[in-house]
Design a protein around this ligand. Sequence first.
Ligand SMILES: Cc1cc2nc3c(=O)[nH]c(=O)nc-3n(C[C@H](O)[C@H](O)[C@H](O)COP(=O)(O)OP(=O)(O)OC[C@H]3O[C@@H](n4cnc5c(N)ncnc54)[C@H](O)[C@@H]3O)c2cc1C
Length: 363
Amino acid sequence: MAMTSDVVIIGAGAIGCAAAYHLAKEKLHAVVVDKGEVGREASWASAGIVSHASSGTSPYAQLCRASRVMFPALAEELRDLTGIDVEFHASGGLDVFFTEEEERELDGYFRAESSRGIAVEKLSAEELLRREPALTPAVRGALYWHEDAQVRTPRYVRALAHAAVRLGATFVLGKPVTEILTVGERVTGVRAHDETISAGATVIAAGAWSGQIGQLLGYPIEVEPCKGQIVLVETLPALLRHVIHAEDLYLVPRADGKLLIGSTVEFVGFDKRPTPEGVRTLLHRALEIVPALAQHTFVTAWAGLRPYRERGVALGPVPGREGVYVASGHYRNGILLSPITGRLIKEFIVDGTVSLNVEKFRL
Ligand SMILES: Cc1cc2nc3c(=O)[nH]c(=O)nc-3n(C[C@H](O)[C@H](O)[C@H](O)COP(=O)(O)OP(=O)(O)OC[C@H]3O[C@@H](n4cnc5c(N)ncnc54)[C@H](O)[C@@H]3O)c2cc1C
């Protein structure tokens, strides 16, 4: 079959769906093509932390903050358009520390961030244990980030996709893109199994597979998969109230009483099986931090493939080609960064200029 659209987006993860949503709001017809289902890869596996992620004034920290502030209104818009509650919840986040060295390091962030007006507090061990009594008494204290939040990612991506469809977008699912169509240096669309989709602009948002799309294009997009495993336990009544970050672990208490324990960082290619070793490592560390977890219910474990790029997020037009853009390499913060990425892709395509300094993210 042959289709024609304004924009074709390769990948129906958080990034591709956010781009489709922003384009559809501008009345552009976007076709989103995926080899599988909507949001079933990294975006489904994610813990959904929408946090400060990066401190300071770097372009990356600014990108994170610009995206974080979009979430409350976006969650409302998605609820109005689709009836789906994405469970955006500003639960606050705690960076807990156990050693003098960890405390010194976090003190640096605390001073720098609070002097710039970021809502962060330093808590003593007593204050921390008053707020989170299930933490081990071995804790020395924490930084409390007031604006840290979480979102239920499978719902979030589904809501973005449904909202985009309501505004006119089309999804073509179960069809891998196998060819990028070109006329000279201009990209004119894609072939996906038996579909030919011609478009004025093409967006590569294929997550950990973006490097493979780069090969089809004949341009190196150096994104590789980084496996992350998560363990889910049920703690009723809830043991924790805030998202907890420790040096090599995070804990995300969900509103339904489930607790996510994440996550491993493994460079093992496209293998996304959860493993006994991964589960053991996560549970071992979680039990050190929250000993009472031992008596709660193990539910399941899963893994996903983060799009990792050594040079960081890749965002913008592909050099030397016309009509093709990349939005990938979001690594551990692709859910947090999805609203701003969707908006910037819309700005590149529709406005020709962007509202943030994105020089550092260009290919
Ligand atoms: C365990 C884990 C925990 C995480 N926790 C967080 C967190 O708390 N907060 C946060 O912000 N981020 C988190 N992340 C990172 C975040 O999930 C990713 O950065 C984000 O989901 C990337 O979105 P994406 O749309 O680029 O990729 P994906 O969601 O992987 O989507 C890419 C899509 O492209 C499709 N595709 C690939 N090849 C083709 C092809 N040839 N043709 C058609 N379609 C194709 C795939 O099927 C897929 O649906 C986590 C990731 C993992 C794995």
